[in-house]
Ligand binder design. Structure first.
Ligand code: NDP
Length: 406
């Protein structure tokens, strides 16, 4: 990577839209709880300073990830937009002379090879969050564009969402809440799909930061815990959580009532849950996917729910994003989808905004960016990227995001 102190840089930041009724004047909580360290001992983002109040909306256009003062004081130009899809989007117009592009997985700016080829000055793509599959990693390697993300910033946020979704799907919370909200009281309607989680077998595809945190949080529910991963966890961890390791995804899904997906999207995991994999699952199982939409085949999930092979599907990740208004996952039976929100709670935003600031400070100062944050560096997978991703691209089909209408 080339670090230049002598030149003003242009930073393009693609963020989601502001709230429909404008930025909040006040927030539910006055402050965020203090967190000392991440669960594995890694330190939280540590920029020299921040120019925002943790707990405010930072991930939307007016929030600007709290970066404007810092960048403008340094003589740089910050352009923030939510307009990222379709022909001639503002992001596509601005990227041509941008040095750095920042985007969040919740509102991903799909950085395809073609876009990179229009961006002659581009040196770095920062994911303000975790998961850089919206960047064609192979093209980034070929064009010597570094890719970094804020590892661990929202892993716990997502693991909490997973537990929420497992409980809400198995107990059928959505139906019950809808009855209460609409003035009803038919208990039989409310419970005819409602079970206890206790005693169920729950398995995760991947036991990385999120997968392991979800397993830890599920242990008190007195369930059987299973995992599949490319690397095995330490024996002490397997023992502590009483985990069953599976050599293949197939052997795990055969015995699980609930499967949660927590691997990154890369060419090896794209379409992993297709009709064939779903047919190998225990009849009536639930899938919780907060990893990436493309890991599950869109039509196969709908079909599984319609036939009852799946009892429920929930998650917050879609492909593309925003999901077109007629995306079949919006209307399929027994789903508990949310928009992509699990990793962008106000708590998570404070961490990834600080992490983005830390990365930018390192970049401008010419000091090394933490290894944990690296996905691609100097034309090769590096750091966390070398561990968790494979070469190639998972961005194809992203043009469809332009079909979403507000
Ligand atoms: P980690 O890098 O800590 O964990 C990823 C794990 O996936 C690693 O243990 C890795 O295994 C494993 N893995 C990689 N490829 C495969 C494969 N082919 N089969 C099985 N396991 C595989 O990342 P996180 O846990 O923090 O995040 C995981 C993913 O979750 C992100 O990449 C992102 O897509 C998604 N995410 C979603 C968010 C949301 O808001 N919904 C927010 C944050 C992340 P190993 O190391 O053993 O090779």
């Amino acid at each position: 990577a080339i670090f230049r102190k002598d030149r003003e840089m242009k930073i393009l930041c693609v963020l989601y839209d502001d709230p429909t009724d404008g930025m909040p004047n006040s927030y539910a909580l006055n402050s965020l709880p203090h967190i000392e360290k991440y669960a594995d001992g890694m330190s939280l983002p540590s920029p020299k300073s921040i120019d925002f109040n943790p707990g405010e909306l930072l991930g939307c256009v007016s929030g600007e990830l709290g970066l404007r003062k810092f960048l403008e004081d340094g003589g740089h130009t910050l352009v923030v937009t939510s307009n990222k899809d379709g022909d001639n989007s503002e992001a596509d117009r601005e990227i041509v002379d941008a040095d750095i592009v920042i985007s969040q997985p919740f509102w991903p700016y799909y950085l395809t090879r073609e876009k990179m080829e229009t961006a002659k000055n581009l040196k770095m793509a920062i994911t303000a969050g975790i998961g850089s599959d919206h960047v064609d990693l192979q093209a980034a390697m070929d064009h010597n564009i570094d890719v970094v993300e804020v590892t661990f910033c929202n892993s716990i946020s997502v693991s909490e969402h997973i537990v929420m979704m497992i409980l809400s799907m198995v107990r059928d919370y959505h139906t019950q809440h809808a009855i209460a909200k609409s003035g009803g009281w038919n208990i039989a309607d409310a419970v005819k799909r409602s079970y206890d989680v206790e005693g169920m077998q729950i398995g995760t595809v991947a036991a990385g930061r999120i997968g392991l945190a979800a397993l830890r949080r599920l242990k008190p529910f007195e369930v059987g815990l299973h995992y599949f991963d490319r690397h095995r966890l330490a024996p002490e961890v397997e023992k502590e959580l009483n985990l069953t390791f599976h050599e293949t995804v197939e052997s795990m899904v055969e015995v699980c009532d609930v499967v949660t997906i927590n691997c990154p999207l890369h060419p090896e995991t794209e379409n992993l849950f297709d009709t064939e994999m779903i047919s190998k699952m225990k009849k009536g199982a639930y899938i919780i996917n907060t990893a990436r939409g493309k890991i599950c085949n869109r039509e196969a999930i709908e079909e599984g729910l319609k036939t009852g092979q799946l009892s429920g599907y929930a998650g917050d990740v879609w492909f593309p994003q925003p999901a077109p208004n007629d995306h079949i996952w919006r209307t399929m039976p027994n789903h508990g989808m949310t928009p992509h929100t699990s990793g962008t709670s106000l708590s998570a935003q404070a961490r990834y905004a600080a992490g983005t600031r830390e990365i930018l400070e390192c970049f401008f100062d010419g000091t090394p960016i933490r290894d944990e944050y690296l996905i691609v560096q100097n034309g090769a997978l590096a750091g966390t990227g070398a561990h968790s991703y494979s070469k190639g691209s998972a961005t194809s089909g992203s043009e469809e995001a332009s079909q979403y209408k507000k």
